[in-house]
Design a protein around this ligand. Structure first.
Ligand SMILES: *[C@@H]1O[C@H](CO)[C@@H](O)[C@H](O)[C@H]1NC(C)=O
Ligand SMILES: *[C@@H]1O[C@H](CO)[C@@H](O)[C@H](O)[C@H]1NC(C)=O
Ligand SMILES: *[C@@H]1O[C@H](CO)[C@@H](O)[C@H](O)[C@H]1NC(C)=O
Ligand SMILES: *[C@@H]1O[C@H](CO)[C@@H](O)[C@H](O)[C@H]1NC(C)=O
Length: 483
């Protein structure tokens, strides 16, 4: 971009954003510095991205009393992508399927809240669905071998594809073979563990035909599923062994699982990895999600070891809201949103719970809140050529002639003290690799009754700390991809 164009653009932004009185002039620079940020479009040009053909396994290590697992975006580890446009669009489309499935699970659970038994029999487990949108993977050791798993805070049961397999999708690592592990054992269908499946997955465990194994079935609401028998084996995280870790040995699994060997459930109920490792990690884990384009990896840290975080802003904490009907999920109290330093107003702030999810990509806001956010964004990001809507994203621009743009800061406030300062890379979504269709990366829910979701696109380059013991979630700025 020429200097002149840059200047023109700059003036346009200031002009649109600031009051035009002379008195305001002095404040312009400060306001710009604090409430606006530069997004270089060049670095985000997807056509220039290269990725590792195969980066399995992800590294892991033990430090102090915690475990650090390297975390990558799944696309980073896939084969070189020839059609970025198609890939970028697929992410959004499958994201919408996940969100529909989540909403229907939540609705069913709340609708059935007067009849718990009925609810348990009928709730389909939908989170963990559509693995194409569950973007982040880690590697752990299970029964003596490496398994690379997709990380999901929205579901509980950890599972791997297992031999002998009735139906397995293609994965990069060899299939898990129980007969090769001396520490493997089946969970019996009469055990309490098997009974716990009901609250963890919505489907009770049942005895196998002619056997006493505990058969599980997790249906993800969109056609994706895993079915098999519950087992236990030694899980090794970093150097820390967890004996008798309960997981699903998946004999029939289908869905868009992208070559991973299974899924790691980081939800809140008893069968989740967080609950099963409570004695070791005290129910604390945190992640920093890198962009697909980051060369370094992010991290999933298990354990309460603040010194291992590389955050450069203090961690601000907020309380989790418990919903007994939806024990798996992490709910937060959204109390405000600010855009470019302007505090937005909406009657739902402080009144409606919002789900924080590692598997949903795009943040979904209540329609009224979305409209306030959108109009403030348009006010502060004006003068750019418009582009057509893209799927659920309706505020789009053609930025193909710009090398960089200035965008307003975007913050979500939770409870009384916590704020999630959305990273500069988490505000605009590239629907076209050449930046000719770049959209505000936030979407509206289809009605006010649905539950808002904080997606992973807005959590990038942030240390998100989940403390299930203290029942809090914390946020701090961190640069995850640069190590
Ligand atoms: C398992 O993963 C670790 C890193 O997490 C790696 O060092 C090791 O070589 C892997 N083992 C096999 C058999 O792939
Ligand atoms: C279960 O056992 C019965 C009686 O031994 C047998 O007829 C049947 O084929 C078995 N079913 C399976 C699925 O193995
Ligand atoms: C959410 O925050 C508001 C404002 O601080 C407070 O009045 C409300 O009680 C909170 N809701 C929950 C469920 O904690
Ligand atoms: C975007 O803008 C450029 C430059 O004005 C133009 O050449 C191009 O056709 C536009 N692309 C779309 C998809 O509108």
């Amino acid at each position: 971009m020429s200097l002149f164009l840059h200047f023109l653009l700059f003036s346009l932004i200031l002009h649109a954003y600031l009051p035009t009185t002379a008195a305001a002039t002095a404040a312009k620079v400060a306001v710009k510095g604090v409430n606006r940020q530069v997004l270089s479009l060049k670095n985000l040009d997807w056509r220039r991205q290269t990725n590792a053909a195969n980066c399995f396994p992800q590294r892991s290590r033990t430090e102090k009393n915690a475990i650090i697992l390297d975390l990558h975006h799944k696309d980073y580890c896939s084969k070189p992508i020839s059609d970025w446009n198609q890939r970028l669009q697929k992410h959004i489309l499958s994201d919408q399927i996940r969100v529909h499935a989540l909403q229907s699970r939540i609705k069913t659970a709340l609708f059935n809240s007067f009849n718990q038994e009925l609810a348990q029999a009928q709730i389909p487990l939908v989170s963990g669905a559509k693995l194409q949108t569950l973007n982040y993977i880690v590697t752990v050791r299970l029964g003596g071998r490496n398994v690379t798993l997709i990380v999901d805070t929205g579901s509980d049961v950890t599972w791997v594809q297992c031999e002998p397999c009735e139906y397995c999708y293609n994965q990069q690592e060899p299939l898990f073979n129980p007969s090769q592990s001396a520490s493997y054992s089946s969970i019996l269908c009469e055990s309490n563990t098997c009974q716990n499946l009901g609250s963890a997955t919505g489907n009770s465990g049942v005895c196998g035909v002619n056997s006493t194994t505990c058969n599980y079935y997790v249906s993800y609401g969109d056609g994706s599923y895993t079915r098999g028998d519950l087992a236990s084996d030694e899980l090794v995280l970093g150097n820390t062994p967890i004996k008798g870790f309960v997981f699903g040995c998946g004999r029939a699994n289908d869905g868009l699982f992208g070559g991973a060997s299974g899924l790691m459930g980081l939800g809140r109920s008893v069968l989740s990895m967080v609950s099963q490792t409570f004695d070791v990690f005290e129910g604390v884990f945190s992640y920093c999600l890198p962009s697909v384009t980051d060369k370094g990896s992010g991290s999933l840290i298990l354990g309460d070891e603040i010194s291992l975080y590389k955050n450069f802003s203090p961690i601000s904490y907020t309380n989790l809201i418990s919903n007994p009907m939806l024990p798996t999920f992490y709910f937060l109290n959204l109390t405000g949103i600010s855009m470019g330093g302007v505090e937005l107003q909406d009657p739902t702030f402080g009144k409606r719970e919002m789900l924080i999810d590692s598997g949903t990509v795009i943040t979904r806001l209540f329609p009224s809140v979305y409209n306030v956010v959108k109009s403030e964004f348009l006010k502060q990001f004006s003068g750019f050529p418009k582009a057509p809507s893209f799927s659920i994203l309706d505020t789009c621009f053609n930025l193909s002639t710009y090398e960089e743009v200035e965008i307003p800061t975007f913050k979500l406030h939770f409870g009384t003290d916590a704020e999630l300062i959305v990273d500069v890379t988490g505000i605009l979504y590239f629907a076209k690799a050449d930046a000719s269709q770049v959209c505000l990366a936030i979407a509206s829910l289809s009605d006010e009754e649905e539950v808002g979701i904080i997606g992973n696109y807005q959590q990038k380059n942030t240390r998100v700390v989940y403390n299930t013991k203290a029942s809090t979630v914390g946020f701090a700025k961190e640069s995850c991809g640069s190590d």
